[in-house]
Design a binder for this molecule. Structure first.
Ligand code: FAD
Length: 454
């Protein structure tokens, strides 16, 4: 039986981020993921590295400041995976904020970033329409402009993984599901099963860390941990719509009739629109958008961009994910008001469970575990190692000019980037936006030829 210091369960951003931190600090670690790495929540976000302007309303200043610091850090560490983009927040004569109130909020936002954000501005109606010509001009008073980060969430997760795997003490398995944890005198025996061929394996670990995101509440009782449900799972969907559906020089932040925000973010030769916020009671693995959710977002777009002719034909594809929001005592407002703080639980002295938080702050959250765990394993923890740039880049960049792919390059990607299925390749390594079943060829190579490689 193989022995590890740590087994991590769940290969989203938190699992891959923690694997990197532990591996850089010399800890032998195995990460186990049920699907492809980054195939669940960590590819389904709004793809923003942000402090969250709207969390200022909840006075979550600490969270906003920490997230802004991390946003500005990743813009420097991985400029090929994220970039800064302007966001326009339009104000109408029915909006609850006056321009001066918006100006104050955006000043606080920049202040909390220690003025590392590019500076905000308050624009009048004409300036706003120059930047976002498709916006409804009726009742428009102006807008606030601020800057946040846009990220390829799946690729940042994958590149954290690749960086970890350069270290000899890190290993990772995808398409393996953890289905038993047996407590021993000095740790755990962790059993997992291949999702592809049913083969089962058991390894020993001194510590087990769960980074299973929204799946945590269902998973821990199944593994016989003493666990009281801690999450308020909240589903959110997005649309990728055609680039020419809306004329906008930057991103637009729309306030909905039910007092939520929907982001419209041009990127990757398309426009990303999202998100929704609904409680989930169905199966959360590989969750999909429903017709009602798609119509909700289309209706918000039609309200703000009434002359664009936007409809179902403008949609390239949709995706959905579940926010692992942590329950708060006495909370009674909508899911949108639930804090994005994270929590780390210790069901016993050999187990850590991380839930909640935001993608943007993954490095800080996982660092809390690493800085406690590494010394327990008799090693010195160095907090600065995760500040080094990522060492293995994806072969196909998400942003900027894409290379013309050949079959040889595709074979190289499959081999070097831990690809198991056609879906892994097109969604997370090539970052294609079309629904997988609609892809007929890639760089002129028929999909049948590519599928034959698996
Ligand atoms: C709609 C939406 C929009 C968001 N927008 C943003 C945003 O713009 N910016 C931001 O900062 N944050 C955003 N977030 C939050 C962010 O996406 C999440 O906080 C983050 O991705 C959670 O990562 P994770 O690693 O904890 O979970 P996941 O990525 O879900 O990873 C958990 C993994 O555990 C695996 N797993 C489960 N059970 C098992 C098992 N038995 N064995 C092995 N593996 C298992 C799952 O397959 C999964 O891959 C958004 C979230 C949603 C849903």
């Amino acid at each position: 039986m193989k022995h590890y210091d740590v087994v991590i369960v769940g290969g989203g951003i938190n699992g891959c981020g923690l694997l990197r931190d532990l591996a850089l600090n010399g800890v032998s670690t195995l990460l186990i993921e049920k699907g492809d790495f980054a195939s669940q929540t960590s590819q389904s976000s709004s793809k923003m590295l942000h402090g969250g302007v709207r969390y200022l309303e909840n006075f979550d200043f600490g969270l906003v400041a920490e997230a802004l610091e991390e946003k500005n850090l990743w813009l420097k560490l991985a400029p090929h995976l994220c970039f800064e983009r302007e966001f326009y927040l339009p104000l109408y004569n029915y909006s609850k904020y006056r321009p001066w109130m918006l100006g104050c909020g955006l000043f606080i936002y920049d202040f909390l970033s220690h003025f590392q954000n590019r500076p905000f501005a308050v624009l009048n109606k004409e300036e706003t329409l120059n930047k976002v010509p498709s916006l409804d001009a009726k009742g428009l008073k102006g807008s606030g402009r601020y800057f946040d980060g846009v990220v390829d969430d799946a690729k940042l997760t994958l590149e954290c993984l690749y960086d970890a795997l350069i270290e000899p003490n890190a290993e990772a398995l995808s398409y393996h599901e953890v289905n038993n944890c047996h407590k021993t005198s000095d740790g755990y025996e962790v059993t997992f099963k291949s999702v592809l061929n049913g083969k089962t394996e058991t390894v020993k670990a001194k510590y087990v860390v769960f980074t299973a995101g929204p799946f945590t509440d269902k998973l821990l009782p199944k593994l016989n941990f003493h666990w009281k449900s801690q999450l308020l799972p909240s589903k959110g969907i997005h649309l990728w719509i055609k680039k020419d559906s809306i004329k906008a020089e930057g991103s637009v932040v729309l306030t909905t009739k039910d007092n939520r925000v929907v982001f419209v973010i041009p990127q990757r030769d398309a426009i990303l629109v999202g998100t929704t916020e609904t409680p989930v009671d169905q199966e959360m693995f590989n969750i999909k958008a429903t017709e009602t959710e798609v119509q909700y977002l289309l209706n918000v777009l039609k309200q703000y961009f009434p002359h664009t002719g936007l409809d179902e034909n403008s949609i390239i594809s949709t995706y959905a994910g579940v926010r692992p929001l942590v329950k708060e005592e006495g909370h009674s407002e909508g899911l949108g008001k639930v804090s994005r703080f994270h929590k780390i639980y210790r069901p016993d002295e050999r187990t850590y469970v991380l839930i909640g938080g935001k993608y943007t702050t993954f490095r800080r959250m996982t660092q809390e575990i690493a800085q406690e765990l590494v010394p327990r394993l008799g090693k010195r923890y160095s907090p600065n190692l995760t500040l080094n740039p990522l060492r293995q880049k994806s072969i196909v960049p998400t942003f900027g000019k894409k290379p013309e792919l050949t079959l040889e390059m595709i074979k190289k990607i499959i081999k070097e980037e831990k690809v198991t299925t056609f879906e892994d390749l097109v969604k997370r390594r090539l970052s294609l936006l079309e629904e997988t079943q609609n892809i007929k060829e890639i760089s002129g190579i028929p999909v049948e030829t590519i599928k034959a490689l698996f």
